[in-house]
Design a protein around this ligand. Structure first.
Ligand code: ARG
Length: 462
């Protein structure tokens, strides 16, 4: 019999049960549902809505059910619809009619909102931990590659040389912002909707703040209608998850490119590569490709929640049950991708020689020659044109700028003298870019030290 069957004359059709039941995915909220119910029961007892003895008995029953859930002993009942009614049913089996008092002053509408918030709070902490491991790996790798020079690109055309560490630290900054966003999102996730009831609050003398405090939440939702109809925090999380995936995906795209013979900048460890069923020579960067591919499903999950919510009148609507599968999928995908990306990055081999030699073709020191002429008193726009002509001459004669003789250079600009050659050396080209946040050795050192210091403080504050 259904928990709500009183006003009905007929049973629901079997096909209806299948259609609206959510237990096949919301069983994942079992821990949170029990945790929330235990806090609710304690509050009902403390406020005299049930007796403290009854509250204690309910809590003990719930705690036994929690053990059975953790031991994997529970067979969920699809006819009991969802996790909330499944647990209530188990409680009544466990402690008898007293179990029927648990749902006093509560609705599944505020209950489910609470469960999702508690679930997301836990998962955000798990993702923050993974991000910290990623930071550690990025910093170790950047430290190891703090002297490695590689081409920096714009339009995927070689532009100016940069340090590989500088490139890696760019990703550190992106993920650092995601880390901050997740922490800010927690402020909005970690508030209790419980006590909103179905939509309007309750006539029982409940203490919402007591429940929130017992669940280590930072406060209570201020408006009961909003409390049960708000899924902003799900959308917000999905957006942050999308950004994390976007950042991972860009990194992965680079690794796919860099591991091709055309670049040859990196070699993936065998343990994170796959072969071909037909071509014996193949070694494919599947991890990076899969992460890039899985980004699509997380974006899809963001679109899904935004679209589910866009036309909903206040307050709860069953449409909102559709928030969960997409959310669970985003959580699973982000965690799974970070978990494999970290060891893949740790085991990656950078081909320093290839990276350096790639800076030697393509006139990556052309800007430095122009800057040299500026120091000689030539306005930048003119210097740019002179060097442009020198580059053209280099292309036609098959020579690099540093291979041109002084006489050749002087036919383009009389101000050039022999002090030009050291200016054109790649190491120097890197090292002069000492503007704050630039690629010079000392600036990258500073970035590394700052990042390390931040990470240490962040770990210390745990
Ligand atoms: N399974 C439902 C959900 O996920 C729980 C809330 C049901 N509320 C209701 N009034 N039918 O949204």
């Amino acid at each position: 019999m259904k928990a709500w069957s009183g006003r009905f004359l007929k049973e629901t059709a079997a096909i209806m049960d299948d259609f609206h039941s959510s237990i096949h995915f919301d069983y994942q909220l079992a821990q949170e549902d029990i945790e929330g119910s235990m806090a609710h029961a304690e509050m009902l007892g403390a406020c005299g809505i049930i007796t403290p003895e009854e509250a204690e008995c309910i809590r003990e029953g719930l705690s036994r059910i929690r053990e059975r859930v953790m031991a994997g002993e529970i067979q969920w009942d699809p006819s009991a619809e969802d996790i909330h009614l499944n647990i209530e049913k188990l409680l009544i089996q466990e402690i008898g009619d007293l179990g029927k008092k648990l749902h006093t002053a509560r609705s599944r509408n505020d209950q489910v909102a609470l469960d999702v918030r508690l679930y997301l709070r836990r998962e955000i902490h798990a993702i923050l931990d993974l991000l910290k491991q990623l930071f550690e790996t990025l910093l170790e790798t950047a430290e190891r590659e703090s002297k490695t020079i590689m081409p920096g690109y714009t339009h995927l055309q070689r532009a100016q040389p940069v340090l590989l560490a500088h490139h890696l630290l760019a990703y550190f900054q992106m993920f650092r912002r995601d880390y901050d966003r997740l922490n800010e999102c927690l402020n909005r996730v970690n508030v209790s909707p419980l006590g909103a009831g179905a939509l309007a609050g309750t006539g029982f003398p409940i203490d919402r703040r007591r429940v929130a405090a017992a669940l280590q939440m930072d406060g209570v939702c201020q408006n009961s209608l909003d409390a049960v109809s708000d899924r902003d925090f799900v959308a917000e999380f999905n957006f942050i998850a999308s950004l994390i995936m976007m950042h991972l995906s860009r990194f992965c795209e680079e690794l796919v490119l860099w591991s091709s013979a055309e670049f040859g900048f990196v070699e993936m460890d065998d343990s994170f590569s796959t072969g071909s069923s037909i071509m014996p020579q193949k070694k494919n960067p599947d991890v990076a490709e899969l992460i890039r591919g899985k980004t699509g499903r997380v974006y899809g999950n963001l679109m899904a929640i935004l679209t589910v919510m866009k036309g909903l009148p206040l307050a709860y609507n069953k449409d909102m049950q559709e928030d969960k599968e997409a959310l669970f999928d985003s959580v699973k995908t982000v965690k799974g991708c970070l978990t494999i990306f970290i060891p893949m990055l740790q085991t990656l081999k950078f081909n320093r020689g290839k990276m350096l030699s790639a800076t030697e073709d393509g006139f990556l020191n052309a800007t430095d020659l122009a800057d040299y002429l500026v120091v000689k008193g030539i306005p930048f726009r003119e210097a740019h044109a002179i060097v442009g002509r020198l580059v053209r001459y280099g292309i036609e004669t098959g020579k690099k700028l540093e291979e041109l003789t002084l006489e050749e250079m002087q036919t383009f600009c009389a101000s050039i003298d022999s002090t030009v050659y050291p200016v054109l050396r790649m190491e120097r080209v890197v090292d002069v870019r000492r503007s704050e946040g630039g690629t010079a050795f000392e600036q990258v050192r500073k970035q590394l030290d700052d990042a390390r210091e931040w990470l240490l403080a962040e770990k210390g504050s745990e």
